[in-house]
Design a protein around this ligand. Sequence first.
Ligand code: ZN
Length: 515
Amino acid sequence: MERKYQDLGTRLAEIHDLKSAAALLEWDQTTYMPPGGAPARARQVATLERLAHERFIDPAIGRLLDHLRAYEESLPYGSDEASLMRVTRRDYERAIRVPPSFVAELNSHTAESYQVWSVARPANDFAAVRPYLQKTLDLSRQYADFFPGYEHIADPLIDRADIGMKASSLRPLFADLRDELVPIVRAITAQPAADDACLRQFFPGAKQVAFSTEVIKRFGYDLTRGRQDVSPHPFTINFSVDDVRITVRISEDMLGEEMFSAFHEAGHAMYEQGVAASLEGTLLAEGTSAGVHESQSRLWENIVGRSYGFWSYFYPRLQAAFPDQLSGVSLDTFYRAINKVEPSLIRTGADEVTYNLHVMLRLEFELALLEGSLEVQDLRAAWHERFSADLGIAPPDDRDGVLQDVHWYGGVIGGQFQGYTLGNILSAQFYEAALKAHPEIPDDTAEGRFETLHSWLKEEIYRHGRKFTAPELVERVTGSPMHIEPYIRYLREKYGESYALPASDAAVGPLLPSD
Ligand code: ZN
């Protein structure tokens, strides 16, 4: 049994190495590669990914897993060994349902679609991407059909990112959240808006990076096992638990874009740096789901990084870095500026309160497209209509409307967005559990110290990697399943300090009467 387990481990490590090599090529592609390298690089990445996939769906892996079933059952559920066999079996059974020819077709289609989108978005040309989006939808439906027996056609796609979730669980969860959020948005936007002019000045990029780097080091992001670079779309990527890199986007006319993307990505990266060393080189050495991953980025970005306590410590330091821009701006003005609530066009730049409304409409579109109740040719008009109704502003063009997110143009339709809102919900639920264990965390934050929070997250969440599914992990860490109350409490408490809010059961009516 030992020998068979070692054989499995060796095979998985080789697959992990192939994938890590592909990831490094992708990192280079989005940071330093000259544009001329693109065609060859696409081929190189595709080759490595194909080799990794072929090795993983090798029937020999299936036979090893069959032989090892008794061994797995003899070990404690949470042991490294049992977890590796269990999660490998789950991944394997999913992977073998999808023919390699389909994987190749999907990858080459999405690569092409991404290229077309990257030209079409700045040109505001939805018509150019429409046929590609249609094919993406067809392929996404085909993918779902490799998993017959689903309740909703989106379920296999949702489950891929957030295991255990499906359309019928997301819809009521999001509806409940929406019922709570809409009266808060309406109340805040009916009051005088925060003035964020202090953020809209010239802030040299290098100084911004220097400041945010100091902060994320204090959070606990280990730069001897990571690095920070600049890319058009911020992301986190790992090649091992000891090499987890982030990128940020710099705007010199708007303070916050670089800083909060650094806090956000550092949250993702600390999660992966915190996976137990014993899991390195295995498919457990990652975050467990899109939602849990996002909970870690949002926790550091928003719950910590946009809190008053945090800035009571760091604002004098920020003022020292930018005396010309900020010496005349009070802490209260700055705090209100970075927490300005305002319906806006772009999801990634949206404030904490309106952000989830952006996610909800995308999820509804994904479900409707997959169901066939919305046609690709009608998506553009539907986006305008629903966006105006939900957010109260109309996108002036498609660039900042239906073309704004890369997800549908560089991947499948389905399961792409729910993780962001699940992450917001979970960030507050995990943070409440952390406060219960360590009520001193807010005081630490106000002194620029994060060891207690970081250690708790490592112990409770990070070190497990993918050992436990998101529902298992949430139950273990917080003692209950995922629920929205901590997040609503968090928003009400925070924004209730700056704005008059209606009681939570107030019948204010929906923002969108017809919805
Ligand atoms: Zn994120």
